[in-house]
Design a protein around this ligand. Structure first.
Ligand code: HEM
Length: 214
């Protein structure tokens, strides 16, 4: 794929990623969010955060398996959209659900442990979003890749969040959990194989991932 095609694809992905938000806004203005709009918004933004985290995580394995190296060019955008929907999800909770009532939120943390797991998942995404610029990628070098393992911990916390919040039907959170497990196992196997085959030469340590990533 050439750079012009990649640019067009990025515009397409950008617009596609805004569709879930657009649907919510449309439903809001047409009074079509049902009897409990806050619940609908919470569930939709939560689902999309989860889906986009898993999509971001699947880019690297997909790129390596298919040798479609241009895929790396869309990973950052999808990751940032995961964070964007995470922000909307969190904002829905603190604003629409709890009306910024800190006491209510603290009570909720004690009463419903899944809130702490969700909060952990969200907080872990913040350093990744903040360091996603080209400048930070260069400045952090190899540490940028290490930092990005956090997304797996965020994904695990998000799956725990979902498992803890559903009361009966565990099928959906377990579906997300199994996709995450496959992606995590793949990355660990590749990482173990690479580090045994060719340990990073001293000369490359600390270099930018664009230079060292295989
Ligand atoms: C990466 C971060 C997060 C992800 C991926 C995530 C994901 C999800 C998912 C998938 C759902 C269920 C949606 C459904 O039932 O269809 C959900 C529900 C919910 N989440 Fe999150 N969440 C995250 C962070 C948070 C945070 C930070 C909070 C609040 C502090 C939060 C509060 C809630 C609440 C209140 C519900 C609805 C619970 C209910 O139905 O009783 N989440 N979230």
């Amino acid at each position: 794929m050439n750079s012009k095609q990649l640019r067009i694809l990025k515009i397409f992905i950008f617009l596609a990623a805004l569709i879930p938000l657009g649907r919510l806004v449309w439903k809001f203005y047409h009074d079509a969010l049902g009897a409990n709009p806050v619940e609908v918004i919470t569930h939709s933004t939560g689902d999309w955060t989860m889906i986009l985290i898993l999509t971001t995580l699947s880019i690297t394995p997909l790129r390596k398996l298919t040798k479609q190296y241009w895929l790396i060019g869309i990973r950052r955008m999808i990751g940032l959209f995961a964070f964007f929907y995470g922000c909307l999800h969190f904002t829905t909770y603190i604003w629409l659900d709890k009306s910024f009532d800190v006491h209510e939120m603290i009570k909720d943390v004690y009463k419903r442990p899944f809130i702490t797991a969700g909060f952990t998942a969200f907080v872990l995404m913040i350093p990744l979003a903040l360091t996603s610029t080209k400048g930070w990628i260069r400045r952090l070098g190899k540490n940028w890749q290490r930092l990005h393992w956090l997304i797996y911990i965020s994904g695990i916390a998000a799956v725990i969040h979902y498992i803890w919040l559903v009361k009966a039907d565990l099928r959906e959170p377990l579906r997300y959990g199994s996709i995450l497990s496959v992606l995590l196992i793949y990355r660990v196997v590749v990482w173990l194989r690479n580090s045994r085959k060719n340990p990073t030469p001293v000369a490359l340590r600390g270099r930018s991932p664009e230079v060292t990533e295989s």
